[in-house]
Design a protein around this ligand. Structure first.
Ligand code: HEM
Length: 451
């Protein structure tokens, strides 16, 4: 990988609006066109709030997220996201984040995941039956995946069945994401959102989520039964310094965070993978062969998960092309220098994971879906920083093993029982909100394989 050019090139944009309009109308297109025009993977861009560095350079991304992470806290975009997630793990910083992460981490240790697996599998089994009843018809696969992952998160992490209308929850999260992304890309719009009803509508949606998850806390506090899930762990936790339990608001923020971050990402990941598979019959054949070999006709066991190597590769390659978290933002607390390049104080660094994963100097034929890129040998031979679907450094995803386990459980079950056919021309429009989503869903006809 060649070094960055001597001076980081700059994209100035419009004299008044800077790059804002281009970013609002398509942040991925903006990065692609600008990096091509400037012939670089890293450039400065003027935005309304100041200057930003946009990068898909693995060394700079590693430097910001890991090596010198202390100087690069999460940027103000996360404050907008906090409207939805409160002060939960994704959005908190400093001492609050550290103590919350310490409390939450054990829930994602291998032993705990093994305990959650049972509940995950139960939901997966139920869901397969539901999908069977839709066989022959056209479904929106992204809503389907949202429905199964939401129920998995509810059941395995909070010990609860999904109450309420799933479509309503889907719409709430969709609206909340579009709303907060709008505020992040175009901060000038914020005052208007209080006048044009958008903020009120957002509050209404947010309340649906708060009520749903707040209700679980109340119910659990009344329950005499013993539970061993994430919710119980947070309820039982006591802070080391004060010996006090978590306050209700903090607990609710953590649940909203874990529920949102913990199902929407995997759902989008799975939807894009099924989209790819509908166009890659030979990969489906291999997935089926592996499923037949390792799990046969039964349901997967926890021990099977680590054996499903090809399935894992398919998932990894799917998330290379369509990383559910397509960007992570940081800002420079103090002025800094990296490899001779100046990073001014308060400058935002936008790490483009999507473009890192399609970087032409890092990946051969990057647009091609090829799960053999993730054989153990190839993974070992490649710097880890070329592939960061779960981020890097101390703020790396806490749920990465949970998500992998969930997807490795679901994928063989789905391809074993169903064929998925894209409807229309199968064209896909991406919607890069907080997560990367298929803009108009993904319509597919589902057929039972045994039919
Ligand atoms: C395919 C699925 C997933 C992907 C691609 C993904 C990706 C990410 C990424 C890139 C980050 C880092 C953001 C940053 O540095 O700014 C992150 C953080 C986080 N993720 Fe995930 N995630 C997934 C699934 C999950 C699941 C299943 C859970 C929980 C059950 C979860 C909970 C979290 C939390 C709480 C954080 C914040 C961690 C912290 O800052 O301490 N994620 N995720």
């Amino acid at each position: 990988m060649s070094a960055l050019p001597i001076t980081i090139p700059k994209h100035r944009g419009h004299w008044l609006l800077k790059s804002t309009l281009e970013i609002i109308s398509g942040p991925l297109k903006f990065y692609e066109q600008t990096s091509q025009a400037l012939q670089t993977d890293t450039f400065y861009a003027d935005v309304l709030t100041g200057k930003a560095i946009m990068t898909a350079n693995p060394d700079l991304i590693k430097y910001v997220l890991q090596t010198n992470q202390k100087n690069y806290p999460k940027d103000s975009g996360y404050d907008q996201l906090a409207l939805l997630l409160g002060k939960g793990l994704v959005t908190s910083r400093g001492a609050l984040w550290r103590k919350q992460r310490r409390i939450a981490q054990p829930a994602f240790y291998k032993k705990s995941l093994q305990n959650l697996f049972e509940a995950m599998r139960e939901v997966a089994e139920q869901y397969l039956k539901e999908l069977e009843s839709k066989a022959g018809s056209i479904v929106d696969i992204s809503q389907e995946m949202m429905s199964v992952t939401a129920r998995i998160a509810m059941k395995s992490l909070f010990g609860a069945e999904m109450k309420g209308n799933l479509l309503e929850i889907y719409n709430c999260i969709s609206y909340a994401q579009a709303y907060t992304t709008g505020r992040i890309f175009n901060p000038m719009s914020i005052p208007f959102t209080y006048l044009n009803g958008k903020h009120r509508k957002f509050r209404k949606h947010k309340k649906v989520l708060d009520d749903l998850l707040g209700g679980l806390i109340t119910e659990r506090k009344k329950s005499a039964a013993k539970h061993h899930d994430f919710l119980q762990m947070l309820l039982d936790a006591r802070y080391e310094d004060t010996g006090q339990p978590m306050e209700h608001r903090q607990l609710l923020d953590e649940l909203v965070t874990i529920f949102s971050a913990g199902h929407e990402t995997s759902a989008n990941g799975m939807s894009f993978i099924l989209y790819q598979l509908a166009q890659s019959p030979e990969v489906v054949d291999q997935l089926r062969a592996e499923a037949a070999d390792i799990i046969g006709d039964r349901l997967p066991l926890f021990e099977d998960i680590s054996q499903l190597q090809y399935t894992k590769q398919v998932i990894e390659e799917g998330m290379r092309l369509f990383p559910p978290v397509w960007t992570v933002g940081r800002y420079a607390k103090e002025a800094d220098e990296w490899n001779g390049y100046q990073i001014e104080k308060n400058m935002v660094v936008v790490n483009y994971i999507y473009n890192l994963h399609r970087h032409p100097a890092l990946w051969e034929s990057p647009e091609i879906f090829d799960p053999t890129r993730f054989t153990p040998e190839k993974v070992k031979a490649r710097p880890r920083t070329h592939y960061l679907p779960f981020g890097a450094g101390p703020r790396m995803c806490i749920g990465n093993h949970f998500a992998m386990m969930e997807m490795i459980l679901l994928l063989p079950l789905l391809v074993r029982s169903f064929d998925f056919y894209l409807i229309d021309d199968g064209s896909l429009e991406l919607e890069p909100l907080i997560t990367l989503r298929p803009k108009n869903g993904i319509k597919m006809r589902v057929r039972a394989t045994k039919a």
